[in-house]
Ligand binder design. Structure first.
Ligand SMILES: *[C@@H]1O[C@H](CO)[C@@H](O)[C@H](O)[C@H]1NC(C)=O
Ligand SMILES: *[C@@H]1O[C@H](CO)[C@@H](O)[C@H](O)[C@H]1NC(C)=O
Ligand SMILES: *[C@@H]1O[C@H](CO)[C@@H](O)[C@H](O)[C@H]1NC(C)=O
Ligand SMILES: *[C@@H]1O[C@H](CO)[C@@H](O)[C@H](O)[C@H]1NC(C)=O
Ligand SMILES: *[C@@H]1O[C@H](CO)[C@@H](O)[C@H](O)[C@H]1NC(C)=O
Ligand SMILES: *[C@@H]1O[C@H](CO)[C@@H](O)[C@H](O)[C@H]1NC(C)=O
Ligand SMILES: *[C@@H]1O[C@H](CO)[C@@H](O)[C@H](O)[C@H]1NC(C)=O
Ligand SMILES: *[C@@H]1O[C@H](CO)[C@@H](O)[C@H](O)[C@H]1NC(C)=O
Ligand SMILES: *[C@@H]1O[C@H](CO)[C@@H](O)[C@H](O)[C@H]1NC(C)=O
Length: 584
């Protein structure tokens, strides 16, 4: 850290154009015990912390994270919203990387190129996010590029999430047997339970988050919904939320008294401490669109504490939106727009990429359905296909020419055929301008995320999407982001420029939908093959497991190291030639 900081100073104070700085992190992922709702549970911590540390970096920095897996099962971390130009190898999802086995370590290395804003990371396999393991990624602007608002007096990250007392292993088992998640047991803010705002509802003795502020100052709050499956309404008593950024794009600055934040979404608000500090104030995250007889019990409550506060927050919580239907939420979503004149990671205005004037070259209508039985198993589908993760990651299969691992035959629209389980991938065309319509046939709000890209959210409405729906599109200032909500019985349309080669995950962020197969990948091949090479530390699995090098297994061999090395080289040579023959 010190060394990289020194390099950073050297480069930037002497205005040299040397390589971008490197920052190094060493993370151990392990179970720790916590009692967010007053009951002891096993949660996933990073270096003993839950939530994990915030990756606080600046545009174009190189990030090196050595991840040691001390869980009892394989894991991967994925970097939600980080675009990893030409480098799917660092994406950390099942289609791009072999899982890091228990007790192994693996080092991610990627550059946060031309991005600014608020993102987060989380464990991508086996429902693990339901147990924690998440943390923030804050990418700061370089000093030469100004913010489109006055520099805030402080920067505060809040993770909001639904939470279950059951472990992620129990939850995934239930999901597999067709039992829904049901209402969450509580809502956490920064991994902590609710403040006892009403002793009849919340018992004392539960640790809660206190956010310390000073009167008159303005803070940037970065709020991430890192939960399992619940949309949350976020609000602060007596304070306006001035929305300024979402997932790497500056928005038109508007005040909200509350905002619905769906699973996997990130927002920045400026909040001015303009109250008189006569008391503390409530920060609230409450579930939206869930039917629960005692939903008042599952509200996340933290405390906003002015340094000159005269006493605790009191009285009822600030009201959620009056409308419990999704109409209010949809019109609020439509009101979020891109500030086209603001600069972003680079000095040119965001609106200089005039997306509304580009001709669409491919259209995909992705139709989801609630979980259903397919071949005797509970599965979810996109356009009638439930994704089956092969034991050899797609990206490795492509690199090493392993045949029949996946098919590039994902359909442009729902086909008139029975639902199936398959490894079917979208055949993307490099530099195509693609329109994707998500048609939500489920009864709950879903959100969808695309790795490797930001896309423009150009429209959403109720009913079935038709070609005529295009007349309602926002062709000017739809916000560019990486996760969009799709309301039940409604559609959302996005536009994306496929300029980032690689195999990129397109997934439901709601863990229950994702876990049962609601995902696919988009394969984008640059014919000039500009992608970064397979990293030297790649873990091999599936059909490629014979290639796995000496790493971590941490088996103690008794023979001399030099002999072992020679034997390994011979073995690898043998396997490679075998594979070569096999493929010929
Ligand atoms: C993040 O880094 C920036 C600049 O490198 C620094 O000014 C800021 O205080 C840091 N924020 C936090 C929350 O550590
Ligand atoms: C595992 O960690 C060690 C140091 O802690 C490092 O030298 C090694 O490269 C790491 N292995 C991988 C595959 O990243
Ligand atoms: C958009 O960004 C510009 C440039 O940074 C800023 O001056 C302006 O206030 C912003 N406009 C709105 C409506 O947020
Ligand atoms: C937002 O609300 C604050 C008061 O909380 C007010 O001072 C400010 O002018 C409002 N900004 C906009 C853009 O409406
Ligand atoms: C502070 O504001 C509250 C609510 O607006 C008001 O009831 C109270 O009298 C104010 N206190 C002072 C000292 O101004
Ligand atoms: C909640 O209950 C209402 C009325 O019973 C029903 O219309 C609605 O679909 C339910 N919502 C969910 C998310 O189950
Ligand atoms: C994928 O699309 C490219 C054109 O972009 C085409 O040349 C290729 O044949 C397609 N592959 C398959 C398997 O359909
Ligand atoms: C799902 O599709 C069926 C058949 O087309 C339709 O009857 C139903 O209304 C749809 N439900 C939703 C929530 O879109
Ligand atoms: C390997 O052997 C050393 C020394 O005997 C021992 O301390 C270590 O725990 C062993 N490692 C494993 C993974 O068994």
């Amino acid at each position: 850290m010190l060394l990289s900081y020194y390099c950073y100073l050297l480069c930037f104070t002497t205005l040299c154009l040397a390589e971008d700085p490197y920052v190094y992190f060493d993370w151990t992922i392990s179970y720790i015990t916590a009692s967010p709702l007053g009951i002891k549970q096993q949660v996933i911590g990073i270096n003993g912390q839950f939530p994990g540390p915030i990756l606080n970096v600046t545009t174009n920095w190189n990030v090196v994270v050595n991840v040691k897996n001390d869980l009892d099962e394989p894991m991967l971390l994925t970097w939600n919203g980080i675009q990893q130009r030409k480098d799917t190898w660092q994406d950390g999802v099942s289609g791009t990387n072999c899982p890091i086995p228990a007790s192994w370590n693996w080092t991610y290395e990627f550059q946060v190129k031309d991005q600014i804003g608020s993102f987060f990371y989380f464990p991508s396999l086996r429902f693990q996010r339901a147990a924690g393991g998440y943390g923030g990624i804050t990418i700061n602007n370089r000093n030469v590029i100004p913010l489109p608002f006055a520099t805030p007096d402080g920067d505060i990250t809040l993770f909001i999430s639904d939470w279950f007392i059951k472990s992620h292993k129990e939850l995934r088992k239930e999901i597999e047997t067709g039992v829904g998640l049901g209402a969450p047991d509580g809502i956490l803010i920064n991994g902590l339970g609710p403040y006892h705002y009403d002793n009849a509802v919340v018992s004392g003795g539960i640790s809660y988050q206190t956010v310390n502020v000073e009167s008159g100052k303005t803070y940037r709050l970065r709020v991430h919904n890192v939960g399992v499956s619940t949309s949350l309404n976020f609000r602060i008593q007596s304070h306006n939320l001035l929305l300024v950024e979402t997932e790497g794009s500056y928005t038109v600055q508007q005040n909200y008294t509350s905002l619905d934040i769906h699973v996997g979404q990130s927002y920045s608000f400026l909040v001015t401490m303009d109250q008189n500090g006569s008391s503390d104030y409530y920060i609230v995250a409450s579930p939206r669109f869930v039917n629960s007889s005692d939903s008042s019990k599952s509200v996340g409550v933290s405390v906003l504490h002015y340094s000159n506060s005269q006493g605790p927050a009191s009285g009822p919580l600030p009201d959620p939106p009056m409308e419990s239907d999704t109409f209010f939420s949809m019109s609020q979503a439509r009101s979020i727009r891109w500030n086209v004149s603001a600069g972003a990671a680079r000095p040119n205005p965001q609106g200089s990429f005039k997306y509304g004037e580009i001709t669409v070259t491919d259209v995909f209508v992705l139709h989801n359905r609630p979980a259903e039985l397919i071949e005797g198993k509970w599965r979810t589908t996109l356009s009638g296909i439930s994704y089956l993760a092969p034991s050899t990651p797609l990206k490795l299969a492509e690199q090493f020419n392993i045949p029949s691992v996946f098919k590039l035959d994902f359909p442009n629209k729902m086909m008139n055929r029975p639902a199936k389980v398959d490894t079917s991938v979208i055949n993307g065309t490099y530099k195509a301008f693609v329109e994707i319509i998500f048609q939500n046939n489920d009864t709950t709000v879903q959100s969808y995320h695309l790795d490797g890209y930001a896309f423009f959210v150009v429209g959403m409405d109720y009913g079935l999407w038709t070609e005529n729906s295009r007349s309602t599109y926002n062709k000017w200032d739809g916000v560019a982001r990486c996760t969009t909500q799709v309301f039940p019985g409604a559609w959302t349309a996005i536009l994306v420029f496929l300029d980032n080669p690689g195999i990129w995950n397109l997934r439901a962020q709601n863990l229950d939908s994702w876990y049962l197969g609601q995902e696919t990948y988009i394969n984008v091949v640059n014919p000039e093959n500009s992608e970064l090479p397979v990293p030297a530390n790649t873990i091999f699995c599936g059909a490629l497991s014979p290639l796995q090098k000496d790493q971590a297994r941490r088996v103690n061999f008794s023979c001399a190291p030099s002999l072992m090395k020679t034997m390994k080289l011979i073995f690898i040579g043998f396997v490679v030639s075998l594979l070569g023959n096999f493929l010929r």
